[in-house]
Write a protein that binds this ligand. Structure first.
Ligand SMILES: [Zn+2]
Ligand SMILES: [Zn+2]
Ligand SMILES: [Zn+2]
Length: 253
């Protein structure tokens, strides 16, 4: 399994429009962060977690050849506003992308993208998706087992995902007790860490480090960082088995 980080930034992206802070004006490319998403290649299938605002740019930059499935963590704009960019998969490849999300995410997608769920549209106009609703139970995509990990993003229940010994948990501010057993014995944990000052719907970096220590994956990568956290500064502060992810980072499991 290969995982490529397509984006590692918070909802506004880094640099942030109009900001002149050290991170936003940094010449270190690792401080340039598109909206958080990962591309998983497994058993010759291409799966992405979330279609964020930057999906088109990410697909071109990292040469994503096609898509077989999308896993949605939740319905926030920075995680769903690239769904329309799946149109070329339909238009050029006449392919249906399987989309997996909760019933709540489906409701919000229906509201934002009603035309995607209507039949009979011209292939150039709509992405062709097949929506599959999951709840807390593991599900199978072809022959790939995907374990949803219930999480809280403020009061909003959202999902993380586990595939083999890889788990992806972005936009989280609380891990329910029952989810820790789903995060045992991980080779890689990807965990959201927004900034240093407290936030109602995201872990701070120190909260994320505490959680990562509790979960004790062999390696933890942080994502969804704001401009308050620069890459090098995070590297300097983090324990040896933890590091910030950056756009384009590729890991093989
Ligand atoms: Zn987000
Ligand atoms: Zn800034
Ligand atoms: Zn969110």
């Amino acid at each position: 399994m290969e995982v490529t980080f397509l984006g590692t930034g918070t909802s506004m992206g880094i640099p942030m429009i109009g900001c002149r802070c050290d991170t936003c004006t940094s010449s270190d490319p690792r401080n340039n962060r598109l909206r958080t998403s990962v591309w998983i290649q497994k058993k010759k299938k291409n799966i992405i977690v979330d279609t964020g605002i930057d999906f088109r740019q990410q697909a071109l930059r990292y040469a994503i050849p096609t898509l077989d499935a999308v896993l949605f963590t939740h319905h926030h704009v920075d995680h769903i506003f690239g769904l329309d960019e799946l149109r070329p998969i339909h238009f050029l490849q006449n392919k249906t992308v399987k989309v997996f999300g909760t019933s709540e995410t489906r409701e919000h997608l229906l509201r934002v993208y009603p035309y995607v769920f209507e039949a009979g549209n011209c292939p150039s106009d709509v992405p062709k998706i097949e929506y599959h609703t999951f709840s807390n139970e593991p599900f199978i995509f072809i022959d790939i087992k995907i374990i949803p990990i219930p999480l809280f993003h403020g009061n909003l229940p959202i999902m993380g995902f586990r595939l083999d010994n890889f788990a992806y948990c972005t936009d989280v501010s609380r891990i329910p007790r029952s989810s820790y057993s789903l995060l045992e014995n991980l080779d890689v944990l990807v965990l959201g860490a927004l900034r240093d000052s407290p936030h109602p719907t995201h872990f701070t970096l120190s909260e994320a480090v505490d959680e990562a220590q509790k979960i004790a994956a062999r390696r933890t990568y942080f994502v969804h960082m704001s401009h308050e956290l620069s890459h090098q500064e995070m590297l300097n502060r983090l324990p040896a088995q933890m590091e910030p992810a950056f756009d384009g980072l590729k890991i093989t499991l």
